[in-house]
Design a protein around this ligand. Structure first.
Ligand SMILES: Nc1nc2c(ncn2[C@@H]2O[C@H](COP(=O)(O)OP(=O)(O)OP(=O)(O)O)[C@@H](O)[C@H]2O)c(=O)[nH]1
Ligand SMILES: [Mg+2]
Length: 283
């Protein structure tokens, strides 16, 4: 199997850490071993124990105190510092000690969108993980489901997700998080449209010229939505953390993207007792 990894990204507050904790609990219940790496130097507390934590290398508070940077500058400094000290990452993830380990990692990333769309730092980290321990990595990009109520927020979220996909060049799954907050207010057929966004959505939303401040503004917005449409890359999987089936369905997609389990053999019943007790009758 080798090393597999989910790189959980997205804007601040989009539900990354909550997703990581929910997934860890889900995997534990399924008796699937997994490890959690915190890559957010600004994180304050975790619902789940981390196996490795970037705050052991550098924290946002230290950088802000010592260099007098603001929160955004300090975060970029921390991530650049990590990118210059990748040996620390190898040690923390045990890559040197056991290069051929079979491991499943969940990586909780910081919420600064520029890290995925502009700066080369995440690319450097991804390339290093590929090279040093042959990680198979899937990007998991979180966007809040509440964005579906506002066309401009929704398409700007799609654009950011697409930027991350184009910039990072790894298998990628976009997730509509916090579905529990909107699922009762949205018609399932309508939701389906948001999961596979296309330019006609913007048209429907803003029907009638009265909604546009000017025709130029409309033209710009339609051009952006058509750009997203023509790449045909952005789609979403909804995640309701209160529903185990929803978590399982998302995990299945990501497992498929990282080829988890493709080389696992079906398990033999352990002994005669297992056959009598569990197997035969049900199937
Ligand atoms: N109802 C509900 N609330 C959620 C869900 N996911 C996250 N939240 C809430 O949204 C807020 C932000 O969630 P986090 O998981 O910390 O988001 P994050 O993306 O890790 O945030 P940063 O690390 O600051 O970028 C918290 O108050 C969470 O309780 C969800 O699926 N449902
Ligand atoms: Mg977080």
């Amino acid at each position: 199997m080798g090393r597999k990894c989910q790189l959980v990204m997205g804007p601040a507050g989009s539900g990354k850490s909550t997703y990581c904790a929910t997934l860890m609990a889900h995997l534990e219940a399924a008796r699937r071993p997994a490890k959690l790496l915190n890559l957010d130097p600004a994180a304050e507390h975790f619902e789940y124990d981390c196996t490795a934590d970037v705050r052991d290398l550098i924290t946002l508070a230290d950088v802000a105190d010592e260099l007098g940077y603001g929160p955004n500058g300090a975060l970029v400094y921390c991530m650049e510092y990590l990118a210059e000290n990748l040996d620390w990452l190898d040690d923390a993830m045990g890559c040197d000690a056991n290069p051929d380990a079979d491991e499943y990692w969940i990586v909780d990333c910081p919420g600064q969108i520029e890290l995925y769309t502009h700066f080369p730092i995440m690319r450097t980290i991804i390339a290093h993980l590929h090279r040093s321990a042959a990680f198979t990595i899937c990007g998991v990009y979180c966007m809040e489901a509440a964005f579906v109520t506002d066309p401009f927020k929704f398409f700007s979220g799609c654009l950011s997700a697409m930027s991350a996909m184009v910039q990072l060049e790894i298998p990628h799954v976009n997730v509509l998080t916090k579905m529990d907050l909107i699922k009762d207010q949205i018609d399932p057929a309508r939701l389906e449209r948001y999961l596979w966004p296309d330019a006609s959505l913007m048209d429907e939303w803003t029907e009638g010229e009265g909604k546009w401040a000017s025709s130029k503004w409309k033209g710009l917005n339609m051009a952006v939505t058509q750009l997203i449409d023509s790449y045909s890359m952005v789609s979403f999987i909804p995640l309701d953390i209160t529903d185990e089936e929803s978590i399982g369905a998302l995990l299945l997609q990501i497992d498929h993207a990282v080829q988890y389990g493709e080389d696992l053999e079906p398990e033999e019943p352990k002994d005669e007792f297992d056959m009598e007790d569990g197997g035969g009758d049900e199937y």
